[in-house]
Design a protein around this ligand. Structure first.
Ligand code: ADP
Length: 269
């Protein structure tokens, strides 16, 4: 009797715990949803005033010859900071969107050759200011089943980081290859590198290794968090290999079922 009484109490206890857990989880979900909605709404509301500010500051910057020296410097500084804030708002919006959906909703074949060349065309302007050299190696034409604007954000973040965290006259290699296991997009630089102790936290939002250096690049601290979320969204993962003062390689590893080689496309037809 005592045994069954104890069991009864235990069961009640266990059931009570279970009930409590269910309540806890739904409360946590609710709070998480509120957090996401708040960030999304706040970012959205900030967009319009920032666009207006940026527009007027650009007009002032165009007229800078007519402005006194002190004002000219102020306008340039305000314009740079306004652009930085606009980037931050866009990154926050993208991250909350990535948070709220589990899988890509509109995945389509993305031509890696076209996508990487278009990102590099834009990045070359900034890279040449720093005297960097770019190399692009592409395995045979292949399309990746994914969301193009998300992949563009992820790859751009890695490529711009390589440009920003490499001292003048660096070398940056972008490589796309694939095998039976999957597809791999890697970005290698011979820049400042990262101490091993930072690697586990590197993809956290706003995590920065060297705050003074990062703020001078104009980055938002959200780049690698975006990369991680885009990859998770595609069932892919990010590998980081880095050595302090030697350089870094960031590799996006995509599962084989997202690859569309010429052979698999014709097999589907
Ligand atoms: P940020 O906007 O600061 O660049 P990220 O999320 O893109 O934010 O990167 C987080 C931090 O990781 C950076 O502040 C920088 O310290 C480090 N990092 C990222 N990419 C590289 C790289 N290629 N070489 C060295 N450090 C890097």
């Amino acid at each position: 009797r005592t045994g069954s009484f104890l069991q009864f109490t235990n069961n009640r206890h266990a059931a009570g715990n279970r009930l409590l857990m269910v309540r806890d989880i739904s409360r946590l979900r609710q709070l998480e949803q509120m957090r996401q909605d708040f960030v999304a709404n706040a970012s959205h509301e900030l967009r319009t005033p920032l666009t207006v500010l940026q527009g007027y500051l650009e007009t002032f910057a165009d007229l800078s010859d007519a402005l006194p020296e002190r004002l000219r410097k102020g306008v340039d500084l305000m314009l740079a900071q306004t652009k930085r804030m606009a980037n931050l708002v866009n990154d926050l919006l993208l991250l909350t969107r990535l948070d709220s959906i589990d899988k890509p909703v509109d995945a389509k074949p993305v031509d890696m050759n076209v996508l990487l060349n278009s990102i590099l065309t834009d990045a070359r302007a900034l890279a040449s200011e720093k005297g960097h050299r770019f190399e692009l190696h592409l395995d045979s034409p292949v399309a990746l089943l994914g969301v193009e604007n998300e992949l563009r954000s992820a790859f751009s973040n890695l490529i711009y980081n390589a440009v920003n965290y490499t001292p003048a006259d660096g070398e940056i290699v972008v490589r796309w290859r694939h095998d039976a296991q999957g597809g791999y997009l890697s970005v290698t630089d011979n820049g400042v590198g990262i101490d091993q102790k930072h690697l586990p936290r590197l993809t956290e939002r706003f995590y920065r290794v060297d705050i003074s250096r990062s703020s001078s690049t104009g980055g938002t601290g959200l780049g690698l968090a975006i990369v991680k979320h885009v990859l998770m969204h595609h069932g892919a993962r990010l590998d980081i290999d880095s050595q302090l003062r030697r350089g870094s390689t960031f590799t996006c590893c995509f599962p084989a079922n997202l690859l569309q080689t010429d052979a698999s496309e014709s097999a589907d037809d």
